[in-house]
Design a protein around this ligand. Sequence first.
Ligand code: NAD
Ligand code: 3PG
Length: 529
Amino acid sequence: MTKPVVLVAEELSEAGLAVLGADFEVRHTDGADRSQLLPALADVDALIVRSATQVDAEAIAAAPKLRVVARAGVGLDNVDVEAATKAGVMVVNAPTSNITSAAEQTLALILASARNTAQAHAALKNGEWKRSKYTGVELDGKVVGILGLGKIGQLVAQRLQPFGVELIAYDPYLPPARAAQMGVKLLSLEEVIRQADFITVHLPKSKETLGLIGDKELHEVKPSVRIINVARGGIVDEGALYTAIKEGRVAGAGLDVFAKEPCTDSPLFELDQVVATPHLGASTHEAQEKAGTQVARSVKLALAGEFVPDAVNVQGGAVAEEVKPGLPLAEKLGRVFTALAGEVATKLDVEVRGEIAAHDVRVIELAALKGVFNDVVEDSVTYVNAPLLAKERGVNVELVTSSDSPLWRNVVTVRGVLADGRQVSVSGTLSGPRQITKIVEVNGYEMEIEPTEHLCFLTYADRPGIVGVVGHLLGEHGINIASMQVARDVKGGKALIALTVDSAIPAEVAEQIVSEIGAESGRTVDLED
Ligand SMILES: NC(=O)c1ccc[n+]([C@@H]2O[C@H](COP(=O)([O-])OP(=O)(O)OC[C@H]3O[C@@H](n4cnc5c(N)ncnc54)[C@H](O)[C@@H]3O)[C@@H](O)[C@H]2O)c1
Ligand SMILES: O=C(O)[C@H](O)COP(=O)(O)O
C-alpha cells in the first residue's frame, strides 16, 4: 500500500518528524523557492510550512491531492485560507507553540532598545569603550502600549508587570474587564499612541492592521517613544518609521519582522537607534519542538480523516468520543438523502436526538453536509468545504438538537425541503453493542435496514402482488436481493419498499420496475466510493 506523502517545505524539528513516524512518506523541499515548491506539490497529501513558504491559490491548485496544510507556528498570513477552504483543504496551525518564545523575544527587544545593548555590544567588540553615547532609559514608571492584547500581548503584559510600568492597550475585540483583570487599561489607538513610551505590536497582519502605524500615527507619538514589532512586518510602516527616527520624532525601534523577508538591506539597519533580529521570535528549541510535534499530530489526524482541534477552517468545537461514531452515520444519511431527493434541497435540517445531543454535535451537521454534497460536486467534499458548498447553493442549513428520542438511544435525521415544496427525510441510528448502522426512517415510514452498498426505495399505492413483481424483475436481471422491507401509512394507502441488493441496479432496470408497478417514485442509492 502506498503511504500518504507529507511534504516538509521548511525546517521541522526532529521531534515533529518523529511524531510523523514511518506511516508516511516524508519528502523535503525548499518552500521559499517556487521552482522547487510547485512541482513538489503534485502528489502530496499534506504540506508542512513555517512563514517563508507562500501557500497561495497557485500552490493549492498545484496540489490536487492535498488534504491539509500545516503551519508549524502561529501566523497564517502566508497561507491563503480561503483558497484552501474552497479546495476542501484543511488548514491547521500550532497556535500556542511559540507564544512564550515570541513574548520573551519582545522583552529582549524592549530592554535592548531601552539600553542600547546591541549597539554598545557591537561598538565594544569594535574596540570602542563608549559609555555616555549608550545611555539608556529605565522601564520603571514608563507607559507601555500594547497593540493587540491576544495570546502574545497578554504574555508580554504579564512579564512587564514586575518592571513597574503602566500598561495600556488597544484591542477593540477584547472585553475591557478581561484587560482590567490583567492590570491593563484598554484605550483607543489614538490614546495609546499619544501616551506610550514604548509601543509593542502583537496584532495579526490583515487588511485592517497593515500600515496601522504609519506616517500620521508617528507624528502623534512622544518623541521618546520606542517601537517594538515582533508581530508582522508592514504593520509598522518601515518608510514612515525610518523618517520618524531620522527626524527625531521616534527615539528607537526593536524589530524582529519585516514587510519583505528575508530582509538584509533595509534603510532602517543604517540607524543606530534600531535594534533588529531576523524573525527570531519563534526560534527557540522549545518553540520549534512544540510547533513541530503539534502540527505533526494534526497532520496525522487530518490524514486519518479525523477531526482536528487546531483546524482553522473547520467549524465546530472539539469532538467528544461519544459523538465520533455518529460521523460516518450522518455522512451516509446525507448521501441517502441526496439520492432520495434527486436534487439539492433549499432548506436542510440536521436533527440530532438522544444522549449525544448533550455534547457539541456541530460536527454531525458537517458530516451530514459532506454526505449531501458527496455525489453532487466533482471535487472532493470535506468537513472544510461542505458548509461553503451549501452556502454557494443557497441551502439554508440548521442543526436541531434534542435529548428526547423515544424509539432509539440516539437518532440522526437529515430532513429537507425541495424547490417544489416536497419534503424528504432519512433517519439513522447505531444499533446494539456492535453499533451497527441502521436506517430507521425514510420519508416518514418507519423501518430498520442496514444500509449496504446498494439500496433502492420505491413508493407506490399499497396493493397485493407488488413485492413479487419487484423480486421477479430484479431476478431477471441477475440482481440478488439482500434484504427487503415494506412499510405503509394505512392499509391501501401509500407504501414504501426499501431494498438492499448485492449489485447496482442499472437506471433502465429501475425505470422498468417503476413503470411496471406504477410507482410514484423509485430511487436507487449507491454508497460505494
Ligand atoms: N516574531 C515571531 O516569530 C512571531 C511568533 C509568534 C507569533 N507572531 C505574530 O504575533 C502576532 C500575535 O500573535 P498572537 O498569537 O498573540 O495572536 P492572537 O490572535 O492571540 O492575538 C491577536 C490580538 O489582536 C487583536 N486584533 C486583531 N485584529 C485587530 C485589529 N484590526 N485591531 C486591533 N486589534 C486586533 C485580537 O483581538 C487579538 O486579541 C501575530 O501577527 C503572529 O503572527 C510572531
Ligand atoms: O507566526 C509565527 O509563528 C512566527 O512568526 C514564527 O514564524 P517562523 O515559524 O517562520 O519562525
